[in-house]
Design a protein around this ligand. Structure first.
Ligand SMILES: N[C@@H](CCC(=O)N[C@@H](CS)C(=O)NCC(=O)O)C(=O)O
Length: 503
């Protein structure tokens, strides 16, 4: 057994995914129906059309979806234009991928099905996901809810009566724990025998000790995170990890220059420790001066496509861990970090040094296009989702604070949300991206903001605050990596925040 803990066993129920669970994609031609590269700004009166049940009255000054799609296309790289088609063919490493084939055909993925959680929160699924990606073994993904945010379907419970994830079906064999799945994957042929051998740490004493240290770090982390006290034990163990990594002269990984399963086993929990200890305790593991070797390890991990695709952000972890763990212990020293992670870091103009470092491999322009692309592709479902802020909580409630799978859309808000989602995409795309992070001086950006203001001004007083609630509901539920990268989420949350502040 490589690992043996069930601390992540969940006790609760609930949650719903934002873009993923409701992610049926449909082509939509906007109200003006014309496709032009530069969005036109002819206002359109929109009193109740399509909303049902007396839709909220608003003037629509936003570009159409078709205009926005064209504006995105005009700015997109070749790789970005191919994203959706490659995603559906299993050729992109991304949290949204339900099929991965690498350089093989789709039939090759029939051998392996991985059941992992819908929201990409589960650390045990995270390890298996990383190993499949690194070995480049074709696989299918089936998604099930974690107990803290929903129910599991009977087909899954027939495979796994205790409901735990991950589960994998490999060549017809059902494997019901991450250890069993990992052991099986290690025996399969991947991209090449060199990769396979390099990843497999075998059963030598060094690897066994490293994996034991990982479990010690895990226990010390939870000891401090979930209860008062425990900081000295955690710091001692983290120091051992730092010393171990700094003793490797040949490279940044736990086995020096050799990336192996040991790194994969550390990744999910150390990532969660970084995020949660920053948020709940104000403790910064990403302090390069204090932990140079650990940070060099993160740099090396962040150069890998597998790790990038599965990487979450501090906000998502800060809110996904408490329902999984039954609560986390917040210390006063974490207050500034909590304010930053829960909103200050998204506020426009974007501050240069948020508590959570931006991902260096995604530029501001790419991040804005990524966020815009996700909304354009899923706008109908997102508008319905956000409108739930005005329909009241669903029943029964969920344990995960940002989840409410039983909530119903507020039909009268859907068409108005659609208008403001289009404004949001317009604001994400308008003008120069780096300038957009700083201010609205760029004339294109000023024009998009003026258009959004006109739509806002057409709303009745109480409708403005209700709309702000819908936008905030959405803003708080953008999940990383489920919906998009940190850099994209930061800008989407920022533009939504700008609208919210003006309402
Ligand atoms: N030892 C198991 C532990 C797996 C585990 O604890 N999974 C949690 C999620 S992280 C789970 O399935 N909890 C039930 C649920 O959330 O529905 C393994 O390594 O696979």
């Amino acid at each position: 057994m490589l690992v043996n803990t069930d601390v992540f066993m969940v006790r609760h129920r609930l949650f719903v995914t934002l873009l993923a669970a409701i992610g049926v994609r449909k082509a939509f031609v906007g109200p003006r129906g014309t496709v032009t590269a530069a969005p036109s700004r002819v206002p359109m009166r929109f009193f109740g059309g399509g909303g049902g049940g007396g839709a909220v009255a608003v003037e629509d000054h936003a570009p159409s979806w078709a205009d926005l799609q064209a504006a995105l296309e005009a700015k997109s790289s070749k790789e970005e234009k191919e994203f959706r088609s490659k995603l559906s063919k299993g050729q992109v490493a991304n949290a949204m991928a339900n099929l991965r084939v690498f350089d093989k055909d789709s039939d090759s993925a029939k051998r392996v099905t991985l059941y992992r959680d819908t929201a990409s929160w589960c650390p045990y699924c995270h390890k298996v996901w990383l190993l499949l990606e690194e070995k480049q073994i074709p696989y299918n993904v089936k998604r099930v809810n974690m107990a803290c945010y929903g129910n599991k379907p009977p087909e899954f419970l027939a495979l796994q009566p205790n409901g735990q994830i991950p589960v994998a079906v490999i060549d017809g064999e059902v494997l019901r724990s991450s250890d069993a799945i990992i052991e099986r994957i290690l025996r399969m042929n991947g991209a090449s025998s060199e990769v396979d051998q390099s990843l497999d740490p075998f059963d030598d004493a060094q690897s066994t000790n490293l994996l034991r240290l990982e479990r010690q770090l895990f226990s010390a982390w939870l000891g401090w995170l979930c209860r008062g006290g425990g900081r000295p034990d955690f710091e001692r163990t983290l120091r051992k990890v730092e010393d171990t990594l700094s003793s490797r002269s040949s490279g940044p990984y736990f086995l020096g220059d050799r990336f192996s399963l040991v790194d994969i086993m550390y990744a999910p929990f150390i990532e969660r420790a970084v995020a949660s200890l920053a948020y709940f305790k104000g403790y910064n593991i990403r302090d390069r001066a204090a932990f140079p070797a650990i940070n060099a390890w993160f740099d090396a991990m962040e150069s890998r496509a597998s790790y990038r695709a599965a990487k979450s952000d501090y906000y998502t972890h800060a809110h996904d861990l408490p329902p999984q763990l039954g609560g986390c212990n917040a210390e006063a020293g974490g207050k500034a970090a909590r304010d930053d992670i829960d909103g200050h870091a998204w506020k426009l103009p974007l501050q240069a040094d948020p508590i959570e470092p931006e991902w260096s491999w995604i530029s501001s322009a790419e991040a804005r296009r990524e966020a815009a692309e996700r909304l354009i592709n899923n706008h109908e479902a997102v508008a319905r989702f956000a409108s739930r802020a005005r329909s009241g909580p669903g029943f029964p409630p969920a344990w995960a604070e940002l989840s409410d799978p039983n909530a119903k859309p507020a039909e009268k808000w859907i068409s108005t949300m659609d208008v403001f989602l289009r404004h949001t995409v317009d604001m994400l795309l308008a003008g120069d991206a780096a300038a957009a992070d700083r201010d609205d001086a760029d004339p294109l950006r000023s024009a998009s903001w003026e258009a959004a203001q006109k739509s806002m001004q057409s709303l009745k007083g109480e409708d403005r605050s209700d709309l702000a609630e819908c936008l905030q509901y959405l803003q708080q539920r953008v999940g990383v990596p489920r919906d998009m990268s940190l850099n994209a989420a930061r800008r989407l949350r920022g533009e939504l925040g700008k609208l919210i502040a003006a309402l």
